[in-house]
Design a protein around this ligand. Structure first.
Ligand code: PBG
Length: 337
């Protein structure tokens, strides 16, 4: 006598409609945030070779891109500025020029799309320094934590004045959230939120981004970004940022740190976000270009996995494409049901 299984997982997998009904995790366009690079000194959008489908925007080409993002229904944009090479210096002065490229980009985004999209800004010095580090250096060439905080305070106020609604310090300096909160409040910007890049690891997957911001970094960021194997320390960083006043905490990168993300989702009562970074994006594209994986299936699976692990929202270069597929815009054969 053979014994037939009474419990059959396959029953609920029979048809697409049934699978859709019992799906535990759903993506919504509003879960998605698009990182956007705005570059000084160009008049039209230019492709970024290391990131297929991602461009450097000019202040002009930014506008239709924002309109497209708003139309797709994504939750917001995260702005990065790429200054002219000759404007980079040791202090990252361009970051605190009210007419620096990032502050100008924030103003354009807030004016053009501030109602439809949440305008957010990455607050870091690496795009603006000639040495490429996320802070200013001391006499020994080591990133000087507390001197960097002074720079971050000034940047935060400028971002707020330009119209950024969520300010996102990504430099992994100790005390950066408290410093920025204090500076914002002292200047009447109590209403601006802080998204803490709370658990941010020193990752090889930032590679394509370094090209995207034309970083001049030599060496690495391991004296401030976290060590790859440290899971518990991720929770310590999250707890510290919450004590310092973070409104939202983020784990970055996402795909190699899903355990840290799940821990953070379990331990935090604020929104928890994750950043699918440049290398995580580009490696999917590269494999797809080689015909090894299917781009649409893999991009969806990767972002769904990040949400399943506990992210309430995801920063991803796939944001607009996924949102369009989720809402049936564009090519119907690519739509996500
Ligand atoms: C720092 C910053 C980085 C990224 C976002 N903010 C680079 C780094 O820390 O080296 C990476 C984003 C990506 O790789 O997509 N300004």
């Amino acid at each position: 006598m053979s014994v037939f299984p009474q419990v059959r997982g396959r029953r609920l997998r029979t048809t697409p409609a049934l699978r859709r009904l019992v799906a535990e995790t759903r993506l919504h366009p509003a879960d998605l945030i698009l990182p956007v690079f705005v570059r000084e000194g160009i008049s039209e959008a230019q492709p970024i070779a290391s990131m297929p489908g991602v461009v450097h925007h000019s202040l002009e080409s930014l506008k239709p891109a924002l309109a497209e993002a708003a139309e797709a229904g994504i939750g917001g944009v995260m702005l990065f500025g790429v200054p002219l090479d000759e404007k980079k210096d040791a202090a990252g002065s361009g970051a605190t020029d009210p007419d620096g490229i990032l502050n100008r980009a924030i103003r354009v985004a807030a004016d053009e799309a501030g109602d439809a999209l949440v305008v957010q800004s990455d607050l870091c010095l690496d795009e603006f320094t000639d040495h490429g580090h996320c802070g200013v250096l001391d006499a020994d060439g080591v990133v000087d934590n507390d001197a960097t905080l002074e720079r971050y305070r000034d940047m935060a106020v400028l971002h707020a004045e330009a119209g950024s609604q969520i300010i996102a310090p990504s430099g992994m300096m100790d005390g950066q959230v408290a410093a920025i909160r204090d500076a914002l409040d002292a200047h009447g910007h109590q209403d601006r939120a802080i998204l803490a890049y709370a658990a941010k690891y020193a990752s090889a997957f930032y590679g394509p981004f370094r090209e995207a911001v034309q970083s001049s970094l030599t060496g690495d960021r391991r004296t401030y970004q976290m060590d790859n194997g440290n899971r518990r320390e991720g929770q310590r960083e999250v707890a510290l940022d919450l004590e310092e006043g973070a409104d939202i905490v983020m784990v970055k990168p996402a795909m190699s740190y899903l355990d840290v993300l799940a821990d953070t989702a379990a331990s935090s009562d604020v929104p928890v976000w994750a950043y699918q970074i440049s290398g995580e994006y580009s490696m999917i594209h590269a494999a797809a270009q080689n015909g090894w994986i299917d781009l649409d299936a893999a991009s969806l699976e990767s972002v769904l996995g990040i949400k399943r692990a506990g992210a309430d929202a995801i920063l991803t270069y796939f944001a607009v494409d996924l949102a369009q597929r989720l809402t049936g815009r564009g090519d119907p054969s690519r739509s996500i049901r």
